[in-house]
Write a protein that binds this ligand. Structure first.
Ligand SMILES: Nc1nc2c(ncn2[C@@H]2O[C@H](COP(=O)(O)OP(=O)(O)OP(=O)(O)O)[C@@H](O)[C@H]2O)c(=O)[nH]1
Ligand SMILES: [Mg+2]
Length: 319
């Protein structure tokens, strides 16, 4: 875990007096003794830490007097630790700022590497959703025809249920209907269910409203959302299209040149902040959910929940 986070690591190996009793005379014996060297090497290999960062020391146990040898070993370890921390801080200076950068966003996705991490993440989301109480969160999905709105609603459901859902998209094929005509014919609400830790599906007061594409809507547009002061995020779909890397490792979507260009265009066109843009890869071909697509979808859904709940709280205060 420490290595995953990129934190500096040292090992302190104790009881070296048992290998090298002469260290009481001179701490340097620890570096001359072949036994001590072998032991240090073993620790280094076992933990995957460089030899120079494995520090042999001898703890004070029932000593009455200070031992210069013990002190030298302990202080040498301490000195290197302080230096490594200083180097680390120096190296990561401004990391908070660079966190704003698009590609850094991959590191801030929910850490879904194992199934149990998904269980924990879903549990946290469920706790947040249960804070809604009787309030209803209705999320409207708008956008151009064929952009992936219905697929997004299904994908969020799939992630939360841990199973592929095809409700909003329905059974139709991708090439259904004439070009430029929305395949979602009318507005429809989709209540969200999630897989509870008991394994059963539970309902929650969150629903998504699926709309036909802009062309058919007689124009619900970004401007309408803006002037009503409704909070929004922008979901960028299809980051996997024609991109072999993203197809296999969906979290890498932040590195895609095409996605970056789309994101820049959106920021320019609608004067958006980067932090409101969430790239996802919808479940369109999959027969089972996967953790990388889940991480992107959960990042978007968590933000929707957060801003939605803030909005509800503020409206409560005002009414
Ligand atoms: N590769 C890929 N294809 C996607 C993704 N999301 C949606 N699609 C495909 O894009 C097409 C349109 O998706 P829909 O979800 O029906 O789009 P929509 O915005 O609901 O479209 P309308 O209802 O017609 O306005 C379908 O063929 C989907 O399979 C995605 O993330 N990746
Ligand atoms: Mg649709």
């Amino acid at each position: 875990m420490i290595k995953y986070l990129g934190l500096p690591l040292v090992a302190v190996a104790t009881k070296f007096d048992q290998l090298c009793p002469k260290i009481y005379e001179d701490a340097d014996y620890v570096y001359k003794s072949p036994k001590a060297r072998d032991e240090t090497k073993e620790v280094s290999l076992a933990l995957g830490i460089q030899m120079r960062h494995v520090f042999p020391i001898v703890n004070y146990i029932d000593d009455r007097d200070i031992s210069i040898g013990k002190n030298r070993l302990a202080l040498q370890a301490l000195n290197t630790m302080v230096q490594m921390i200083q180097d680390h801080l120096q190296h990561n200076k401004g990391i908070v700022k660079s966190n704003d950068k698009w590609e850094e966003r991959e590191k801030r996705l929910p850490p879904l590497r194992h199934l149990n991490e998904k269980t924990i993440t879903l549990k946290k989301l469920q706790d947040e959703m249960s804070e809604l109480g009787d309030s209803k969160l209705r999320i409207l999905v708008v956008g151009p025809t064929n952009s992936g709105k219905s697929s997004f609603i299904d994908s969020i459901s799939s992630t939360l249920r841990d199973d592929i859902v095809n409700k909003a998209v329905g059974g139709r094929s991708a090439s259904w209907g004439p070009e430029g005509v929305s395949s979602t014919e009318k507005f429809q609400m989709y209540p969200i269910k999630y897989k509870h830790e008991s394994g059963r599906l539970k309902s929650i007061n969150v629903s998504f409203g699926d709309t036909p594409g802009f062309q058919e809507m007689g124009g619900i547009t970004v401007d309408h959302v803006n002037c009503k002061d409704i909070p929004y995020i922008v979901v960028l779909t299809k980051g996997d299209k024609d991109n072999q890397v993203v197809m296999t490792a969906k979290r890498r979507v932040f590195g895609s040149k095409t996605v970056k260009e789309c994101k820049e265009k959106l920021m320019d066109l609608f004067k958006l902040r980067q932090s409101v843009i969430f790239p996802v890869v919808n479940y369109v071909h999959e027969t089972a959910v996967d953790l990388q697509a889940d991480a992107l979808l959960i990042a978007a859904f968590s933000e929707i929940l957060k801003i939605g709940m803030e909005y509800l709280e503020e409206s409560d205060v005002e009414s």
